[in-house]
Design a protein around this ligand. Sequence first.
Ligand code: HDE
Length: 704
Amino acid sequence: MAKSTKQSSSTTATIHDQKLVRGNGGELHQIAEGDTPVMTTAHGVPVSDDQNTLKAGPRGPSLIEDFHFREKIFHFDHERIPERVVHARGYGAHGYFETYESLAKYTRADIFQRAGEKTPAFVRFSTVAGSKGSFDLARDVRGFAVKLYTKEGNWDIVGNNIPVFFIQDAIKFPDLIHSVKAEPDRGFPQAQSAHDNFWDFISLTPESMNMIMWVMSDRAIPRSFRFMEGFGVHTFRFLNEKDESTFVKFHWKPKAGLQSVVWNEAVKINGADPDFHRRDLWDAIQAGDFPEWELRVQLFDQAFADGFDFDVLDPTKIIPEELLKPIPVGRLVLDRMPDNFFAETEQVAFMTQNVPPGVDFSNDPLLQGRNFSYLDTQIKRLGSTNFSHIPINAPKCPMHHFQQDGHMAMRNPVGRTNYQPNSFDDGPRESPRRGFRSFAEPLEGEKVRLRAESFADHYSQARQFFDSQTAPEQKHIAMALTFELSKVETPAIRERMVSHLLNIDEGLAEMVADKLGMKKLPKPADAAVTPRTDLDPSPALSIIQNGPDSFAGRKVGVLVSPGADAALLKKLQAALQKEGAMMEVVAPRVGGVEAADGSWIEAKHMIDGGPSVLFDAVALILSEEGAEHLTGEAAARDFVADAFAHCKFIGITAHAAPLLQKAGVEPDADEGMIDIGDGQKAIDGFIASCRKLRLWSREMAVKL
Ligand code: HDE
């Protein structure tokens, strides 16, 4: 007979260094050290052996009687829920919204009545096209969905990091998304717009041109969720106590300023750390460096709206901030990561139709369509009409209604009556005074399927966006268009795109056509309305012009070698700390290196695992011998060459010269190469330069 052995291991429930156990109601309790709870089945039966199935003899077949095994595998088999049809890859965090001043004049929304009031919030950032397991630095729009748990119900501002959208009518959404997602016969490309189907659809959809300028700009490759803006996109309404309406557009402004990466860097980040954005948010919040955004609102009335050629109901248009200054009304702070990704970030259900009394919709046809889609999609994803019973979706204010039963009902009405009116004086009643009221907009018209003529100008604001960019940003747009269209195999699609670009900016069209090897320019696309060329540039649309002028929240990667100057490293670290920035050490070997003074320098990364694309700036603290040795390592040469090509500031000492030269970088190439070996002043100078984030003038000299 074969010998039998018992495999066992212990399980600990340790979260953030605390021993926790989940109570019957799902709540977490802290337990004493050494007091590990006994494992049970889902039905509470204590488990004696979780390592071996029940068998007929040690080598015999497994027995179906093993209810613990069956339950465990059954539950595992059902772990997945459908991923979101769009915005599948996302990352969320908890925080709060703090109201600055009462906005009672404009809205009766409870959240805006009392200065200083804090409202709990949950935010989920996302990419749009990729699946749940795709990489973070795809060229894509970023979702910026905010759930505010107000005292009068949940308010979801389900926005993006770009203030306009591709299409004007919700009925086009499935086509847009089908075209950008993997092509249905081959099942690729993943998380990329650079393919025929997407550009075919876009080139046949002139209304998308303004958005195309935005997604080809660096807005679509943000450095971090923390350094991007958010927008409600549509025009909404505020309604005050007297039901007077004011149009409103929502803007989230990051306190840390705007920042993006460059495309060549994005591609490399995706390989080095596909979780770059989520790790960044996790690290910042765990370190107590809580990201913050200011909510600003553009408020206007119908008369103001009528002053524009475009329609404020058209989601492919913005109201430039220079023409209508957004007013700060509060701040959003993210200060806590979810305890469980699935329970919170995956199950959170945002819905545009979640608005409290005092906020109302406009007739934007995209918004109207979204108000149907978001409820519908949650039922598909979460499987039950009771998805609002899941703690992350449940309001934090009292709820009273007669909705009942259904799958997974966690709350049912108590008592005898579950209807109104009833003669027992039981249960909640509606309140015409407190309840949600729609704006009583007078409406009339024929039932038609038409696009309003006021939606017909597709090029003027696209040109305005391009005109508002700095030279490096314009170059990035041209390069992005070229890259994307280079992946399009059908020449007619490329040509059609260039014909649109001719209506936006001739220079841009010519540059792209030239790079695409087009022998001659096509005719400009037919435009329903002659594009305007006289719109003033809007500096608010440029990332570079809205940088932080601070290095706070950013990260320097320091490449060290054995024999490095530990005192210099310490000085640099102290100076970065003072700035509110981080430092990570990269070494040739795992663990670190021995410094010249015999001390040990701990490293976070080995060079292969810590390429310079992961950092906002780099420094080389090397011994003479160490630098010489690193010239033979491809990863060390790339560390330097990439940092230079990506226009990063590079802190150096004289010893670094051999490595720099081997990487094709002259130690005195430009003012971005900064000697940090010459005392505190030199280090402070390095940090002062880093506040500019990138040395864009170098880009003209470097061909990416
Ligand atoms: Fe969405 N969108 N969307 N969208 N959207 C979804 O809802 C939809 C649009 C946005 O982190 C889905 O719960 C339609 C604009 C974000 O969970 C779905 C239309 C904007 C998120 C849906 C749009 C957005 C979604 C998929 C055109 C910026 C992620 C999963 C009419 C203002 C929320 C889900 C999260 C998610 C439909 C256009 C933002 C299918 C029909 C414009 C940030 O309901």
